[in-house]
Ligand binder design. Structure first.
Ligand code: ZN
Length: 250
């Protein structure tokens, strides 16, 4: 792999603006399962696309939170790993402009990344859709534990909704248009830990390619863009990004 690591390091040096696009695979080494993978852990007996749906939250918030509370629990105490740290360090060195992520776990920010576009939102806050009040993750957790029926409630009494994009909801338009602009301006779109199959994020590599930029892919398993990648890494994402960082660091 070291020749591919060399090539990716050289591209990061020379390709112009570099933007990262990350998916669930980047958080797997932190112990966070990719919940779209069937039969993994706590998602084994439930279809998240059915339960983590905006219609369930509206109709039956107790059922929604019985499920989503487990997700909060699964994310509690999780720390960024070498992949998050490598991207944060590349930004600190001035080699990376931004991270666009599908992840809601907040680990890019925890690793020190500053320009993070969370196209699926984040569990960092939860909101009341009735009065607009917003609560921190710690406050939401406390309300989840104390709330009758397992439902975290706003001071106004209405159920809270995590500020993540649920199934059945549209992606945040401002975040998505910012992501598209970054992809269009990128000399290199570094795709890490994403199967590049979930739209509309999966359309971003095409945006970069059509604007004349290049893409690199560091993820296990096939993606629809493998034939178009200037560099293709398919080892452990943490080791791959750390190996590339080591070639760029003074
Ligand atoms: Zn409220």
């Amino acid at each position: 792999m070291s020749a591919a690591h060399d090539r990716l390091a050289e591209l990061i040096r020379s390709a112009g603006p570099v933007v990262a696009l990350t998916g669930a695979g980047v958080s797997v080494p932190s112990g966070i399962p990719d919940f779209r993978t069937p039969g993994t852990g706590l998602w084994a007996n439930v279809d998240p696309m059915e339960v983590a749906h905006i219609s369930v939250w509206r109709r039956d918030p107790g059922r929604f939170w019985a499920f989503y509370g487990q997700r909060f629990a699964a994310l509690e105490g999780k720390r960024p790993n070498g992949a998050h740290h490598a991207l944060a360090e590349l930004e600190r060195q001035g080699r990376l402009d931004a991270v666009i992520t599908q992840n809601i776990d907040g680990l890019h920010a925890a690793a020190g990344s500053r320009e993070v576009i969370e196209v699926h939102g984040s569990i960092a806050t939860a909101s009341c859709l009735a009065c607009g009040r917003r609560y921190s993750l710690a406050d939401t957790r406390a309300r989840l534990e104390a709330g009758a029926g397992g439902i975290p409630r706003c001071d106004c009494g209405q159920p809270l909704k995590p500020d993540v994009v649920l199934f059945g909801e549209l992606l945040d338009e401002a975040a998505m248009s910012r992501a598209a602009a970054l992809a269009a301006g990128a000399g290199l779109l570094l795709c890490a830990g994403s199967s590049l199959e979930v739209y509309p994020v999966a359309g971003l590599p095409d945006v970069t390619l059509e604007a004349g930029g290049r893409i690199a892919i560091a993820t296990k398993g096939a993606t629809p863009f493998d034939a178009h990648a200037a560099v293709r890494l398919d080892g452990d994402v943490e080791e791959d990004l750390q190996a590339v960082l080591a070639r760029l660091s003074p």
